[in-house]
Structure formats: C-alpha cells, structure tokens
Design a protein around this ligand. Structure first.
Ligand SMILES: *Cc1c(COP(=O)(O)O)cnc(C)c1O
Length: 375
C-alpha cells in the first residue's frame, strides 16, 4: 500500500495481503491441472453460495439467502426490481429517492418502461409521506441505508416496516453500507437487497455484486435473468426453465471464478473481525477525524455536508469545498487518497480494516492544510 492513506474504501478498497498468492494457487493447482473438472472437483460451482454466505454474515443474513451470481450491481438491481414488480403485479408505481445512486435511478426508469409502470422520484424528506399517500399503488421501493454523497443514514427497520404496512416490496441497495455498518437484514425483515463487492468489501475492481432474497420469498420470487445456472438441474440441459430451490435460482450463468476467488479472499479478514467490531472501529475513526479537523481548523467543520452525529451517518463523511477535484489531487500528492464528486463535494471514508487512528490524524492535518491554503 506504500505510504498512502486510503480514505476512499467506499469507492475501491486496496487489495488484501496474499491475494496474488491465492490467485496463483487457484490457477496453478486447480485450473491448470483439472481444467473443466475443477468446476466440480474444487468447489467452484458452490462458490457463488459460499461467498454469498460469507457476505450474509456481514449483513445479518442467515445462510442460504445471499448469492453472488457474477453480475454487476446494476444488473443485479435490475433482476431484483423486476422480481419485486412481479410480486406485486397490479401496482403501477415504483418509488425511489431523488438522491439515489444514478444507476439505481436509471434501472428503475428502465424497469418501469419495460413493465408499463411509472417511477415516483421523491426527495429523502418526502419518501415516508409518499409511502403513506401512494403506498397501496406502489409495487416496490428502492432505497439505500447510506446516502452515497452525504453519508446520511436511513434506518432500515422503520423504513422496511413502513413498506410492509403498505404492502410494498422493499429493495435495499447496500453498496455503501456493507462491511462497515450493522444492517441486520433478517431482523429487519428486508425483502430483497443488492450491493457491490468492491467497496468496503474489498473484492477488487469490478468485483461481482450480491443479491439477498429473504427465505420467505424464495419459493415465489420470479427473477427475470433466468440463466442456466439458476436452473434446478443445470446439467440436464433441458429446454424448459425450472428454477432451483432456494437462493440458487438467483444465479445466472457461468460466474467469473477468479473474481469470486478474490472477493472470497477479501472477505476472510472482515468476517473474522465481525461486523460489530468493524462498525465500532469505523465510528471511532470517523469521529476522531472530525475532532482532529476541528482542532486544526475549527471553521472547517462548518463545511461538513454529513450529519455531525455519528449515529446518523454511514461509513464516510463529506465536505462541501470549492474546487473539489483540485483538493482531491492535492491531497493525493500528500499521500492522502480521498474522492471528489465535482463540483464541490469530497468524501472521506474510514474502512475499519486497514485505516489507523494515526493515519487519520495525519490525514486531518493535511486536509486542514490544503483547505487553509485554498481559502
Ligand atoms: C457503487 C454503487 C453502485 C455501482 O453499481 P455497479 O453496477 O457495480 O457499477 C450502485 N448502487 C450504489 C448505491 C452504489 O453505491
């Protein structure tokens, strides 16, 4: 990792030690000698479920409800939203927040066009009242626990309860929360959820996404991407699609094996630490950063675009600063990696596994320095 401080783990985490050795092991000892037989002999075919269960541990999901089919978050969300609409065939609306990640908005619009429904785009503040007013006409609500810009939190339990009270299927996008926050999918009775493998989960550039299907929905959920790996008997090669039992029906085609191996490798240290520890450490780092910034440069706290209360924000903090891209660049030159969302937002993320308090102290000093100079 060199001398860099990685405060952008909400975008792409750095590789976990030993990744190349692990990939080399799979290539040299499994792929090379066994070739196609390795799918059966080396557990490759089970890996979408094995990795899914490991992610499930971090999400508060019991085994058998999460699968990593090998798709992007965007395709996985498409799969989930169409499935949610099919569970509510007679309802004309899809609800989503205006501040949702762009791909989520685009996918919602496309699903609506495809299925003859309409998207209701609401501000975060208007989201709950939209559920109340239009709930009986809404098929599904697409919602995220963490605002990807400001880090502001939306509590999963109460929102899911409001969805259920109106008969709405809840589809959560956990991309900015998994691996850093307690999510408690089972306890919160979430219906469907998706998320990225490459952010705090650290699976590497373009790591595949995951899909959670609550056990109670698995027998009825009808996913549109019905590829042969989701078939009850894929190797029978029969002409008719019969979905597999359980979450295996959410698999699509031959998964990107080496990417799954990399994601699995990255999950080891996260599941060993456990989400409770990861979350506690993230909160401590995040509060410590703000305290250090305040000490160096008290007025900078006025530029905080995130809630000041750690209970109300996710794993990162954001600041409103003029010329955000330039600030990102200058900090990178000083060994501190953060990310900017031009024109005026920077985000600073505290991945609990590889960011230390000493690094945070150093980063806060550089941050204050760069911003003081550009005043
Ligand atoms: C990062 C992110 C995505 C990314 O989607 P990909 O298809 O994996 O590129 C989607 N949704 C949210 C909320 C994200 O934060």
């Amino acid at each position: 990792m060199g001398d860099y401080v990685h405060l952008n783990g909400n975008s792409l985490g750095p590789p976990h030690t030993g990744l190349l050795r692990e990939l080399e092991r799979v290539v040299d000892r499994q792929w090379a000698p066994r070739q196609v037989q390795a799918w059966f002999a080396e557990g490759w075919l089970d890996l979408p479920r094995t990795v899914g269960d490991a992610i499930g541990e971090l999400l508060g999901a019991g085994p058998g409800q999460v699968v990593v089919a090998g798709e992007t978050t965007s395709t996985t969300l498409f799969n989930a939203v169409v499935a949610a609409c099919r569970l509510r065939g007679d309802r004309p609306l899809l609800l989503i927040e205006a501040d949702a990640f762009p791909t989520d908005l685009y996918i919602a619009q496309s699903v609506a066009r495809l299925l003859g429904r309409r998207v209701l785009v609401e501000s975060s503040a208007g989201f709950d009242s939209a559920l109340e007013t239009h709930g009986s006409r809404i098929a599904a609500a697409i919602v995220a626990p963490v605002d990807f810009r400001t880090g502001e939190l939306r509590e999963i339990g109460p929102t899911t309860d409001r969805c259920h009270a109106a008969g709405v299927v809840s589809v959560w996008d956990l991309s900015h929360a998994a691996g850093v926050l307690r999510i408690d999918l089972d306890d919160n009775r979430v219906d469907l959820a998706v998320g990225c493998g490459y952010k705090y989960l650290g699976g590497g550039p373009g790591a595949p996404a995951y899909l959670y299907v609550a056990e109670r929905l698995q027998a009825t959920v009808d996913l549109p991407l019905s590829g042969w790996h989701g078939h009850a008997k894929p190797f029978d090669m029969s002409p008719d699609f019969v979905p597999a039992a359980g979450v295996d029906r959410a698999r699509t085609g031959t998964p990107p094996l080496l990417s799954l191996v990399a994601l699995h490798h990255a999950l080891g240290p996260l599941t060993r630490a456990g989400i409770e520890t990861l979350s506690r450490r993230n909160r401590s780092l995040s509060d410590f950063f703000l305290a250090c910034v305040e000490e160096h440069s008290p007025h900078l706290i006025g530029r905080l675009a995130s809630p000041g209360d750690v209970d109300r924000r996710g794993g990162h903090v954001a600041f409103d600063v003029p010329d955000a891209a330039k600030v990102e660049h200058e900090l990178a030159e000083r060994g501190v990696l953060i990310d900017s969302r031009p024109p005026d937002l920077i985000r600073i993320a505290f991945a609990p596994l590889y960011v230390s308090h000493v690094q945070v102290w150093h980063a806060a000093r550089e941050f204050a320095h760069v911003l003081e100079r550009s005043r």
